[in-house]
Design a protein around this ligand. Structure first.
Ligand code: PHE
Length: 369
């Protein structure tokens, strides 16, 4: 180790000699060439061209030379530094280009590769259809009304003129809410919302009431114990059966396109007269009627499909809501949403509608809304 008493023997280990400088340059060039990345080259630059590098130290040694010696030594150092810096710049360009090239190829995206798709949901077709049907009425200025699913027995039956002895009130059809004597039922239709709407609002009333209804039914391809209806009620001055037919024909055309309809006399305690609205069979258009060679499964060779009940609101119902039946009259209807989906979107099995398999919803995406 050099100590304080060492004499500087510039001839023996002269850092400024041509040989020493050549060795320094060779070392530096070798180090630069060996540096394969930007980070390695930075280290090599600090070691061989930095402030504490041998060449920088040699440069400082010039100060110890006589003015005469300085000229030659300065020229040699200058050349050595030029060689080192030139090699460094050259290597720097190569290493940076290589690094850029690698980054570009590593980060490139192959747009043809298959991607892992996040599973996409879909609105349930029943929900979609409820919105679609409600929109038909909202567009005509009607309101959307709702009522509870656990309903007062009085609103579900009595106020709708359904007597205590009516078969629909039996346990075989209706689900009663415990305890016995609560006088609550799971509503068997959306018609109690007719009463609720009349009691809540000023006349005239134009409402549609979509929602769930419950019946003590089997669960199979054509029955479910919980299904959906959309109720309609209009009460105004001078309402007639013509308004009912015009309104429901409009609904049918928006739902099914250019379809023929038929109103067939029926009975409901809360409408008088009452009718069942039928749609001409989409499949056979009546061709199967009386033609055993070409039976139609969709309409059971009847030529018509039952869509829903309707009629002129029974004055008893209006009176139950305190309405003057000499001034006001109305019409009402109730359509099954599941049935509508079956006909409209060819959904043959009602079980698909309750199982909650997103593939069913996706298959009707954009169709039922
Ligand atoms: N509530 C009846 C049913 O569930 C349908 C209906 C509604 C009929 C309104 C007439 C008027 O079958």
């Amino acid at each position: 180790m050099p100590g304080p008493h060492d004499t500087h023997d510039l001839t023996e280990a002269d850092p400024l000699s041509a040989a020493s400088l050549d060795a320094l340059v060779a070392d530096a060039l070798a180090a630069f060439a060996a540096a394969s990345g930007v980070a390695a080259l930075k280290e090599a630059r600090l070691a061989h061209a930095g402030e504490r590098s041998p060449i920088a130290l040699a440069n400082r040694a010039i100060g110890r030379l006589t003015p005469a010696e300085r000229k030659d030594a300065g020229r040699r150092i200058g050349m050595a530094r030029g060689a080192i810096n030139g090699a460094l710049a050259e290597r720097q360009a190569i290493v940076e280009a290589a690094e850029l090239e690698r980054a570009l190829s590593e980060e490139s995206v192959d747009v043809t590769l298959p991607v892992a798709l996040a599973p996409e949901g879909a609105i349930h077709p029943i929900t979609g259809l409820i919105e679609l049907m409600s929109d038909v009425f909202v567009a005509m200025g009607w309101e959307v009304a709702e009522g509870p699913e656990a309903e007062a027995e009085w609103l579900n039956f009595d106020a709708l003129n359904i007597g205590a002895d009516h078969p629909a009130r039996g346990e075989s059809d209706t689900l009663f809410v415990a305890p016995v004597g609560s006088h609550r039922v799971l509503r068997t239709h959306t018609s109690p919302v007719q009463l609720r709407s009349l009691l809540d609002r000023e006349l005239p009333v134009y409402v549609v009431c979509p929602g769930k209804v419950y019946r003590a039914d089997e669960f199979d391809a054509t029955h479910v114990p919980v299904f959906h209806q959309i109720e309609g009620l209009c009460v105004d001055k001078g309402i007639t059966m013509a308004h009912l037919k015009g309104t429901l024909d409009h609904l049918a055309r928006t739902m099914f396109g250019d379809v023929r309809t038929r109103f067939r006399p029926n009975y409901f305690p809360f409408t008088e007269p009452s009718a069942e609205m039928d749609l001409e069979c989409f499949v056979c258009h009546g061709a199967s009627v009386g033609n055993p060679d070409a039976p139609c499964r969709t309409c059971r060779s009847e030529g018509w499909i039952e869509w829903g009940g309707c009629g002129i609101v029974n004055p008893r119902v209006l009176r139950a809501a305190g309405i003057d039946t000499d001034v006001y009259s109305g019409f009402a209807f109730g359509m099954g949403i599941e049935r509508t989906l079956m006909f409209r979107n060819n959904a043959a099995d009602m079980r698909d509608m309750v199982e909650g398999d997103v593939r069913f919803s996706r298959s009707l995406k954009g169709e039922a809304r």
